[in-house]
Design a protein around this ligand. Sequence first.
Ligand SMILES: C[S@@+](CC[C@H](N)C(=O)[O-])C[C@H]1O[C@@H](n2cnc3c(N)ncnc32)[C@H](O)[C@@H]1O
Length: 237
Amino acid sequence: MDSRRALSFGAAADVYALARPTYPVDAVRWCLPPDATRVLDLGAGTGKLTSVLLGLGIDVVAVEPDDEMRARIDPRATALEGSAEQIPLSDGLFDAVVVGQAWHWFDREVALAEVTRVLRPGGTLGLLWNLINDAEGWPLTVAEVVGMEDRASFVQESDSRPYDEQDGLEPWARELFRHTQVADAELVVANIASRSSVILLPAEDRDALLERVRHAVPEGRFLVPWVTDAWRAVRPG
Ligand SMILES: C[S@@+](CC[C@H](N)C(=O)[O-])C[C@H]1O[C@@H](n2cnc3c(N)ncnc32)[C@H](O)[C@@H]1O
């Protein structure tokens, strides 16, 4: 894993908090056992997923390694410094562990052992990714301009899974949830500017790329179409 990219987000934490979409409540609920009261948000960033969980009345612990990102998490959650590979919490504490847009940055094997350790038997691991729905129109153009691989059309066509067959959590299930975000050109540009691949570009290249994005999107206010790709697995009881 490219750790420079994985830990680059803090440099654009304000832009990230402003421009990234949230997660649909239905998708978050789908990731949890029906009776969940205590949930760990792992790689919590600025707390987008944490906020949805708090809205469901859940007691949330948010673990995030980056100080700039962690500082923006809703204070109603317990925010801790830590990583997926070293979760600073005791065994069997959580009904669920959820990961938004971050599982691909973790050392999967080590993280799975840690997640399994902190889950109670019957607890769930939920993985979520927001993907732009690039079926047509300006989202397709933007996805092409930015060279996005995390776009809905690629993911729906691919059979790659975020886990190994022998990982010990089962059964795995997957659902796609469509949603939209009200935006204007500035918000879309800010969203693209919060991507690790863009944060790390030389300033001149970044400005040129963002200018191309600005020209590709409509004027005024419009809806950005998103697809949340959600995966869920259970720790055997
Ligand atoms: C794209 S952001 C997603 C943030 C948040 N979960 C959300 O949905 O908005 C990825 C986050 O993963 C964090 N991260 C990167 N490597 C990590 C690791 N090994 N363990 C825990 N978090 C990590 C980054 O600091 C960053 O905040």
